[in-house]
Design a protein around this ligand. Sequence first.
Ligand code: ZN
Length: 502
Amino acid sequence: MSNTFDLLQPYLDKDMALGTALTLINWDMETLAPSGGMEYTAKAVGILAVESFHTLINEDVNNILTKLETEEEQAQLDEIQKAIVKKLRKDYNDLKVIPADEYKAYSELQATATNVWAEAKQNNDYNKFAPVLKRLIDFQRKFIKYRQKDESNLYDILLDDYEPGFTVEMLDRFFNQLKETIVPLVQKVSMNKEKVDNSFISKHYDIEKQKEFCNWISEYVGFDLKRGVIAESAHPFTTNLHNHDVRITNHFLENNLESAIFSVIHETGHALYEMQIDDKLTQTVLGSGTSMGAHESQSRFYENNIGKSIDFWIPIYKRLQETFSEQLQDVSLEDFIRGINKSSTSLIRTEADELTYCLHIIIRYEIEKMIFNNEIEVEDLPKVWNQKYEEYLGITPTSDTVGVLQDIHWACGNYGYFASYAVGSAVAAQIHSHIKKVMPFEQYLREGKLEPIREFLKENVHKYGKLKSTNEILKDMMGEELDAKYFTDYLVEKYTKLYELN
Ligand code: ZN
């Protein structure tokens, strides 16, 4: 045992406690808090956030870390302690190089930017948002220059924040492979779009009944209500205090059967990841999903690879049909499956289906890369955005509201984030291909046995928290790092069959 590590513990504990408080307040603000109180509560959040920042980023912690990095101290640390020291050092170095006054100015800008963005989006007024976006980007450019250690691509530094270890070089290859397969496949599907009818989805569905079914299906998939709750919010999300208190939200639309069902399955996938992290790691800086992409891989695996398959619905479709007997009595299981898998090009990323989704991501990735390579001016973003939509999806946004202004990410200062969504889909496909080889996966789904699948994910992905990177997880599981071919093969097989393209 290391006595020096004991000196670190009070700082870690305080960071954990403040993090727990902030998570709880944020959860409350998204779900139950009255809108009139936000401004006042935000003040408390601001103070706690600053306190939380300084808990681990200070000279005392730096000195303890320096000591813990010596050879003799390292020899006394266990695997988890070593990983904690490594993670803290990385965070410390990333944040320490940014001058405090610039960070403060940036945080203040960030706090107002989302309001400016929301207004600009509502009024289709890109020019109103452009100056704020330009300032946010300038700050980010400065910050990554401070963080830059060698001649690496500046955009690499941003990608690494969300997908540790991933670089422009890797992602260029990855996205090119996706583009080569998906663009022509989308064109073929578009020419055959009348082959799939999903009109039953937009019938009228009673919201109380939807809620009841969604809560049931979340538990069916594995959500443990003794360690979790389900609430409602404008946009579904997952959060957690630790692995014994994981919270998800859902939203309900009267004229849309699939939105709530697949949102809740998606969030349950995120929740299972957090619930199944090892007890030894929870409430430490390693105690959550290893990356954005790894997290999305779990939600998408449940939502798409499992939730949109016929095997999953065989034991439970009857229950859905009985819940909505009037709307679904003439919809056979096969028609239901075809309907929920229908693909059509659309302008909005969050409404995109499994096939077209990655094209939305590729567009954002390419534009972000241009921004941080200084190849584009902020004023020209709408033009380039629209050109790329025309090129990859064959549709042109009718306004900036449904074009360049649609996502909140850039207003929050999150650059390098989008790529993770596509990485998630690809990791999910890779796990899917592997899991079918090591267990009778489809048979388990047909028998309603989801536990062995959960257990597999726990043992191979979830329990490690941040102890392993996304690629380490894949390599240890199946001997290979991320490879786009699993995802492209999956899409080609699925949509060729669905649209009878041969
Ligand atoms: Zn998600």
